[in-house]
Write a protein that binds this ligand. Structure first.
Ligand SMILES: NC(=O)C1=CN([C@@H]2O[C@H](COP(=O)(O)OP(=O)(O)OC[C@H]3O[C@@H](n4cnc5c(N)ncnc54)[C@H](OP(=O)(O)O)[C@@H]3O)[C@@H](O)[C@H]2O)C=CC1
Ligand SMILES: CC(C)(CO)C(=O)C(=O)O
Length: 302
């Protein structure tokens, strides 16, 4: 299958590389120094004890996506609209777009720009980052939970899941992808904003009595907002959010990594969205509101 990767960074570069290694035709959209490095020496993926070097088409021109069947949408949520507009300009309505992004707000934005009938979404369980231009470092296991946003795409969803499996990526399919995305968001909204402000790792948040309390309160606020709009995040999910973090104690959540690199943080998707949704439906989110306002200020006063 001809596959395009919109945003060949930590996520897009990792999955795109494995699909290319499995024999697919992959075009990687990137920019800046990372693009230059890949053009020069290929895309290097350091995954656990393996080192892959992938050749492919590396470009900053969206025209390279013109005849692809599947687009992996892997930009940060701060770039969702601008990248989707680029894809829309191609008029290749045949290509199905699979978003691997965190958060639950990208799907609606993509549907508005690209149309809802061509969208798949995945909850992405992965720990990777761009170590230096052209080099992606991944550790641990990777898992995708993939769902279709329109029933007409269910058989294509299954085809895409098989394609990933053939590339030795662990994949599950779901008929309720937005529930899976909310489950992932529960973890992200609990740890990312707090880590970005405090500069604490997941383990430091877990061990510090008062930070842990703040994380628990943030988690409960996400659950209250979700429950009010009919997303069943229950007590078991609350416990799992903290219990599952045992494997990620040294992890710096991505929003903290972005802060440390001076990059834009996904403040709206991983925090502001829940605060604003809470306001609309009458659910108070004082902890998330405090984190949100501080992050917004920090972003413009570094
Ligand atoms: N990293 C991880 O382990 C995980 C990340 N996620 C989620 O996946 C999404 C992607 O994250 P991640 O891969 O870490 O992000 P990265 O910043 O590593 O990758 C995105 C890449 O896309 C590039 N890019 C953005 N817009 C364009 C454009 N229009 N044209 C060309 N290149 C573009 C960026 O360039 P530039 O750097 O110049 O902006 C960057 O290289 C996020 O929503 C994140 O929360 C989910 C699970 C795990
Ligand atoms: C924990 C992780 C890497 C997801 O698997 C993540 O989503 C983040 O750091 O924001």
């Amino acid at each position: 299958m001809k596959i395009a990767v919109a945003g060949a960074g930590a996520v897009g570069g990792y999955f795109g590389a494995l699909l290319k290694k499995a024999g697919h035709d992959v075009v990687f959209l990137a920019r800046g120094k990372h693009l230059e490095a890949m053009k020069k020496s290929g895309l290097v993926v350091k995954t656990n004890d393996q080192l892959l070097t992938i050749d492919g088409v590396f470009t900053d021109k969206i025209e390279g996506f013109a005849d692809c069947e599947l687009i992996l949408f892997c930009v940060k949520s701060t770039d969702t609209e601008s990248t989707a507009e680029q894809i829309a300009s191609l008029r290749n309505d045949r290509a199905v777009v699979l978003t691997l992004q965190n958060g639950v707000d990208n799907e609606e934005k993509l549907a508005q720009i690209l149309g809802g009938k061509r969208l798949l979404s995945a909850a992405t369980y992965l720990s990777s980052h761009v170590e230096e231009p052209g080099v992606i470092k991944h550790s641990g296991r990777a898992k995708l939970v993939i769902g279709a946003l329109d029933e007409s795409l269910i058989s294509f969803r299954d085809k895409v899941a098989d394609l990933f499996r053939q590339a030795e990526i662990f994949v599950k399919t779901t008929d309720d992808i937005m529930l899976d995305k909310w489950k992932k968001l529960l973890w992200n909204a609990t740890f990312n904003p707090l880590a970005a402000l405090s500069k604490a790792t997941v383990g430091e948040i877990m061990e510090h009595k008062e930070l842990r309390k703040t994380a628990e309160n943030a988690c409960r606020e996400v659950m209250r907002v979700a429950n009010k709009i009919g997303i069943p995040l229950d007590e078991e999910m609350f416990h799992r959010t903290f219990a599952n973090s045992g494997a990620a104690l040294k992890h710096k959540p991505s929003m903290l990594q972005d802060r440390l690199k001076g990059k834009r943080m996904e403040i709206e998707s991983l925090c502001g969205f829940i605060v604003k949704k809470g306001r609309q439906i009458g659910v108070e989110t004082p902890v998330l509101q405090t984190l949100y306002s501080n992050l917004l200020f920090l972003e413009t006063h570094r």
